[in-house]
Write a protein that binds this ligand. Sequence first.
Ligand SMILES: Nc1nc2c(ncn2[C@@H]2O[C@H](COP(=O)(O)OP(=O)(O)OP(=O)(O)O)[C@@H](O)[C@H]2O)c(=O)[nH]1
Ligand SMILES: [Mg+2]
Length: 389
Amino acid sequence: MFDELKKRLSSAIKGIVKKEEEEIEKPSKKEGGAAVDVQRHDTADRAHDAQAEKVIESEEPASSGGVHEENAAEAHPGRTGRGKGDAIRLSLGTRIKSKVLRTVALNNDDIAYFLEVLQVSMLESDVAYDTTEKFIGTLDRKLHSLRFDSDNLSQGMIGAVRESLLSILNNNKGSMDLNRLINDSIRDGKTPVRILFLGPNGAGKTTMIAKLAHMLKSNGISCAMSASDTFRAAAIEQTEFHANKVGVPVIKGSYGADPASVAFDAIAYAKSHRISVVLIDTAGRQETNKNLVSEIQKISRITKPDATIFIGESTSGNRIAEQIKEFSKSVKIDGIILTKLDCDAKGGSAVSISDITGIPILFFGTGESYDALVEYRPEFIADAVLPNN
Ligand SMILES: Nc1nc2c(ncn2[C@@H]2O[C@H](COP(=O)(O)OP(=O)(O)OP(=O)(O)O)[C@@H](O)[C@H]2O)c(=O)[nH]1
Ligand SMILES: [Mg+2]
C-alpha cells in the first residue's frame, strides 16, 4: 500500500537533507555561495546583531582589538559562516546569531533539484500530471518562504512536504460524507436511503457493498442488499452469500431479469420492513459499453438514488479518472471508493483521483475481509506516503 510512492518520497527527502547537512558542515568547500543561506531579516535583527558584536568585542582580550570579521570566518569555517571569497559578507553578529539560532534556508538550485526529483517520483507512482504540478507549485512556494532548524532539517522537510500534500488532499475531499448522509436521512425520516454502486468488472463492488453493510450493521443501522447483477453467472449467489455472512436481508430476482425492477423491489421491501438503507449492487460494466451504460441510467432513473458511488480498483491508476469522466456523462457520480489498496504498490491514484475528477473519495478497500475498510482522510494518505522522520 503506497510502498513505491513512500520509498521514492523518502529517498528524495533523505537525499536533500543529507546534502544540506553536508553543506552545513562544510560550507567553505562550496564555490559561489553556500546552500545554507543566513540572511538578515529586519531592523530588530540588525539591532540584535549589533548588540551581539558588542558582546563579542567586550569578551575579546583588550590587546586583540576585537575579532575581525574575515578572521572569524576563517577561524570558524563550520556551520554557517561564509568563506573569504563569498559575495555576501555576514556580520559577526549574524554569524553568532545563526550559531545560536541554527536555522537554514534552502537555496534556489537545491529547491529546483529537489522538486524535480519529487515530480518524477510522483508521476512514476501514478499521481496525475495536473495534481503533481499543483503539489510542486505549493511546495515550491513553501520551501522558498521557510527556514529550517538545522538540527532538525529532516523533520522540517517532511513537515513542508506533508503540509503541501495535505493542502491538495483537503482541497479534494469535497462535501460528501456517506455516514452523515445516512444519519441525516434517518433523523429526517427520509428512508430508505438508496445507494447505487457501479463500476468496471471485478473492481470489488459486491465485496465493498458487503463491507459497508457490515459497517452499517455495526453502527446499529439496518440495511438490505439488492442483488441487481442479474447478468453474470453466480452473481446473485455471490451477493446472497455475502448478505448471509454479514447478516442482512438480500432481495433478488432471476438471471436475465431487469436489474432496475429488482432494485425497485428492494426499495419496496425496505419501506415495508422499516429498513434504513438499501445497497444496490450492479453488474460490472465498462464505460464504453453503450447498452450497459444506458442500463445503469435506467436503474438510476427508477431508483432515484440518494448517492451514486463509483467503485474502482486503485491499481488501475489514472485510468479510473477516465472511466469516471465517461460514466459521469450519463449518471451523476457523487463519490468514489477505491478498492484493493492493499495490492497497490504505487498508490498515486489515491492521491490524485479526486483532484482531477472533482469527486470525493469516500472509502478505501484494503483487503478481502469485511472490516478491511478505511474511511477516507487526507491524513491517512499523508501518513502512509511520508517517512516518520
Ligand atoms: N486484496 C483485495 N481483494 C479485494 C478487495 N476487494 C475485493 N477484492 C477481491 O476482488 C475480487 C472481485 O471482487 P468482487 O466483489 O466480486 O468484484 P465485483 O466488482 O463485484 O465483480 P463483478 O461483479 O464481476 O463485476 C474478489 O476475489 C474479492 O475478494 C480489496 O480491497 N483487497
Ligand atoms: Mg459483483
